[in-house]
Design a binder for this molecule. Structure first.
Ligand code: ZN
Length: 193
């Protein structure tokens, strides 16, 4: 059950005591708060059909998706930029927890958010640097298109939100490396005293 079990664990890791109830019944799950789907939901709630906002114009007055938010942010839309900023903070908080829990060598972010990675990166990085223990602050966080699978062999990596927006959170990790990563995490923990 390793891969699927760990993915579920990560998706439903609690990162806040507030926000929408997750389909699992809990509040504040990483997936429910920080996924591309969650970003789209926040953008949809923030706007209304026919309000003339760029977000609704891009979505043809339908539900706003993460891709629309990214597109609007690139065009300099203030609401979209604020949504991106908040999203990046949630991602930074979630990634910090993942770094502490699993000690990956690399975090790869996929899904609908990956194409907005350049917009998210600086706040993700700043949040991780602010919150993570020193040993984890420099772990690379990259968008899926740069995370060449061939290059990941032998690296314990967390791959988040593969596929299209709305896809369930997915996590892949070298099964062979899983125990190694856990042991390393334990070793690092020990070295922190
Ligand atoms: Zn949940």
């Amino acid at each position: 059950h390793g891969r699927r079990g760990l993915a579920a664990e990560i998706g439903h890791m609690t990162i806040t005591g507030e926000g929408d109830r997750c389909f699992c019944g809990a509040v504040g799950c990483f997936e429910a708060v920080a996924s591309g789907t969650a970003l789209g939901r926040r953008a949809t709630a923030l706007t209304a059909p026919g309000d003339g906002s760029l977000l609704r114009r891009l979505s043809a007055d339908g539900d706003v998706s993460a891709r629309h938010v990214v597109e609007a942010a690139r065009a300099g839309d203030i609401s979209a930029l604020e949504l991106i900023e908040a999203e990046a903070k949630w991602l930074g908080i979630g990634f910090t927890n993942l770094l502490h829990l699993y000690s990956p060598d690399l975090i790869v972010m996929g899904g609908g958010l990956a194409n907005g990675f350049d917009l998210l990166a600086s706040t993700i990085r700043a949040t991780v640097e602010q919150r993570a223990m020193p040993a984890y602050r420099d772990v690379p966080i990259v968008p899926a298109q740069l995370g060449d699978r061939a290059g990941l062999i032998g690296a314990a990596s967390l791959i988040l939100w593969e596929g299209e927006p709305g896809a369930p959170l997915a996590m892949a990790q070298d099964e062979d490396n899983k125990d190694g990563a856990t042991e390393r995490a334990g070793a690092r923990e020990t070295s922190h005293g």
